[in-house]
Design a protein around this ligand. Structure first.
Ligand code: NAD
Length: 309
């Protein structure tokens, strides 16, 4: 949710009774993150978190200063993502911060658990952004995580409706994480063209870029992402695609609505997104639909013996 996880959306998610995450690196400086945390607090007094992504970046961020902004801003939940968050766990937990580590394999989840993270978010291959290099979809990854982990975990990647929530719970997860689905909401701070593109997009309309560099990212299929795929398949290295994939360029998509301005992340679940509701409508609908699936469709499958037989 780089460029999307801002105060407007996070506060709306918190107000709807879910847990929203500001994306730290969306903010250009730690000071800007501190201001965004304060801005979110003005919009809601409910809990919210901050995501800290640890992946290769064109300009390496000062992570220690971002952490300081999180702690001083009174945030008590951090979602780490990308590499093993050893340094962040060590620095944040003494301040009472709970760590949810998002990763894409059970192997990495177990390492994070051993490190002492409080929960895991296990991210299936369907996801937007970085799915890792193992390509295991949620239907296998989630029950594998359920069997292997002793700490709570939520399921990420491919979730966008009540059927998905019920399925994740059935597979052993304690909840779901959604990114793409929240992009197509009234409060998402992105151009309406992006929201309509998520509604229109199907499960075929993504590209996996940076595969050859072992830094795979699932993004919307557009002129830029297809060019990146073509260049890397032809043997280019990062320097040859750097200008095309730069997040600073991709931000223009969200701001101007020009869908070919750069790279923007979206998951396969866009195929299930058919409208642009408010965040509150969406969260209520998902919870109600999941309850309906469990109470009606699933329990209706159980044959009960008539009394006295
Ligand atoms: P950026 O502009 O620094 O980099 C753009 C893309 O190129 C990113 O995918 C980045 O990982 C990749 N990249 C940068 N240097 C690289 C290198 N030397 N080798 C291979 N790949 C390289 O990043 P940004 O768009 O401003 O985003 C900031 C951070 O947020 C990055 O770490 C990015 O990966 C991360 N992000 C994560 C997700 C996710 O799925 N968790 C989604 C979007 C962005």
């Amino acid at each position: 949710m780089q460029w999307v996880g801002r105060a407007e959306l996070v506060a709306a998610v918190a107000e709807a009774g879910a847990l929203g995450m500001l994306t730290a690196l969306t903010q250009p400086t730690p000071e800007a993150l501190a201001a965004e945390i304060a801005r979110t607090r003005e919009m809601t007094d409910r809990p919210f978190g901050v995501n800290l992504t640890i992946l290769p970046t064109i300009t390496p961020p000062p992570y220690d200063e971002y952490r300081q902004a999180i702690v001083e801003g009174g945030v008590r939940i951090v979602e780490t993502a990308g590499n093993l968050p050893a340094e962040h766990v060590e620095a944040l937990q003494p301040h009472g911060v709970k760590i949810v580590h998002k990763c894409t394999t059970v192997r990495h989840a177990l390492k994070a658990q051993a490190l002492g993270v409080d929960a895991v978010s296990i991210d299936g291959f369907e996801c937007a952004g970085h799915p890792g290099e193992d390509d295991v979809p949620g239907l296998v990854l989630i029950p594998r995580a359920a069997d292997a982990l002793t700490i709570p975990f939520i399921a990420s990647g491919g979730f966008g409706d009540g059927r998905g929530l019920a399925a994740a719970l059935a597979l052993g997860a304690d909840g779901i994480n959604m990114g793409t689905r929240f992009m197509a909401t009234v409060e998402a701070p992105v151009h309406d063209n992006v929201k309509q593109a998520v509604v229109a997009g199907d499960e075929h309309a993504t590209e996996l870029i940076l595969r050859q560099l072992r830094n795979t990212s699932r993004v919307a299929s557009n002129a830029v992402s297809r060019e990146v795929v073509a260049r890397l398949e032809a043997g280019a290295d990062f320097a040859d695609v750097r200008e095309l994939v730069a997040g600073a360029r991709g931000r223009g998509v969200y701001e101007t609505g020009d869908l070919d301005a750069g790279i923007w992340s979206v998951g396969l679940v866009q195929a299930l997104v058919t409208d642009v509701p408010t965040v509150a409508e969406l969260v209520d609908r998902i919870v109600d639909d999941a309850a309906g699936v469990i109470a009606e469709r699933l329990s209706g499958l159980l044959v009960t013996e008539p009394a006295g037989v």
